[in-house]
Design a binder for this molecule. Structure first.
Ligand SMILES: [Ca+2]
Ligand SMILES: [Ca+2]
Length: 145
């Protein structure tokens, strides 16, 4: 079977094996800062983390994709504040808003970028190929278990 005739299955497998496991393999408290869209807060120094954008084998990003890479890691961060992990962000696919630091309250002001106790994450690939545009998204909740 030609891989490009079944891209959805292979992309899903790749996302599971490469991205979700990679995020879960990070030191838990550093996963958000390493994979968010703010290079300034990377735990190993500015620009040392992988960041939120990633390439996927053989897949072309859609025209107009801001970074030219088909893959993206999405956390509950407010628009324009990629380094702020906020409990009051509205994102139904991440189950947000919700408590992220275990105090049973939802703060409208605090940034839990390094003090979260659970981390909701989406990994999404949007591409365009011979068969037209495609999209695969996986969601998970990373915990310090
Ligand atoms: Ca970062
Ligand atoms: Ca809370």
């Amino acid at each position: 079977m030609n891989r490009m005739t079944q891209p959805r299955t292979s992309v899903t497998e790749w996302l599971n094996a490469q991205m979700l496991e990679r995020i879960q393999a990070e030191a838990f408290a550093e996963a958000f800062r390493n994979f968010n869209g703010d290079p300034a807060d990377d735990p190993g120094g500015p620009g040392t983390g992988p960041g939120k954008n990633f390439a996927v084998f053989g897949l072309s990003a859609r025209p107009g994709d801001p970074d030219g890479l088909a893959g993206e890691v999405i956390f509950p961060t407010p628009a324009g504040l990629p380094g702020s992990l906020m409990e009051n962000v509205v994102d139904e696919r991440l189950g947000m808003p919700r408590d992220l630091n275990g105090d049973a309250a939802i703060s409208t002001t605090a940034n839990y970028a390094s003090t979260y106790t659970i981390l909701p994450v989406r990994v999404r690939v949007q591409w365009v190929g011979p068969a037209g545009p495609g999209e695969v998204e996986l969601r998970t909740m990373v915990g310090n278990f």
